[in-house]
Design a protein around this ligand. Structure first.
Ligand SMILES: Cc1ncc(CNC=O)c(N)n1
Length: 229
């Protein structure tokens, strides 16, 4: 019985284990000074605008990445429900791109003139490498989940108890900090945990490596937005 319980525990969550093991890096990505400065209202609007412009370019590169995960799900997934979750992600990106355009015009940013910074290019390069057919579905969906959850955890913090987020930034925080986005991230996390349970040691290692890689790139992305490239 005791042994059985332990097995169950192991099964519940590879993700939980990773989050415990890599708490510092995860906090680094989700409680970054950029995010803390939104939450306490001290944010420098130049940083915000820089983030907005760069993130628009990132999201454009994110669309084909998510589409590649959809293809992998169709080819490799053992559960047909995965496709709907990912398709929902693709669909909401159309709205997100329109939102970026509206938001940019509100701030007087001309998106056609935005030049991608080196850090952004590097991150988009990581996305592109993960689009390769050689990358397993399990690894790709792990990356997808962690990319989304960093924004969910970060922006939810900006609208949580006691936050002093400036009014004009609240809509941005709601986009990723909302209950609906949290639910969507949970659906992705359930897929990832299910896949990781069944993964080989080799695949597990690759997935964990990708998880860490994404977290590092997210930290770099926030750093870039604050002007410390
Ligand atoms: C750099 C970065 N990471 C994650 C997200 C969230 N996913 C889609 O919007 C994002 N927009 N930008």
């Amino acid at each position: 019985m005791e042994q059985k319980l332990k097995e169950e525990e192991k099964k519940v969550g590879v993700i939980e284990t990773w989050l415990r093991k890599h708490t510092l890096l995860f906090k680094g990505a989700t409680r970054h000074p950029f995010i803390l400065s939104i939450r306490d209202g001290s944010i420098d609007i130049t940083s915000f605008k820089s983030w907005l412009a760069q993130d628009y370019l990132f999201v454009r590169a994110f669309v084909p990445f998510v589409a590649s995960v959809l293809i992998k799900a169709w080819k490799e997934s053992d559960e047909s429900g995965d496709m709907e979750v990912i398709l929902g992600g693709v669909a909401s990106l159309e709205d997100e791109i329109s939102w970026f355009k509206r938001e940019a015009s509100k701030w007087g940013i001309s998106l056609s003139e935005v030049v991608p910074q080196q850090t952004n290019k590097k991150y988009c390069g990581l996305l592109e490498s993960l689009m390769s057919p050689d990358v397993e579905y399990t690894v790709a969906i792990t990356a997808f989940w962690v990319i989304e959850v960093v924004y969910q955890e970060s922006f939810a913090h900006c609208i949580g108890e006691g936050s002093k987020t400036p009014q004009e930034l609240k809509e941005t925080c709601e986009r990723w900090g909302s209950e609906a986005f949290a639910k969507y991230c949970q659906s992705l996390q359930n897929i990832v945990n299910r896949r990781l349970q069944k993964a080989s040691d080799e695949e597990l290692k690759k997935a964990e490596h990708t998880f860490l890689n994404v977290l590092e790139y997210e930290v770099d992305f926030w750093n870039m937005s604050r002007g410390n490239v």
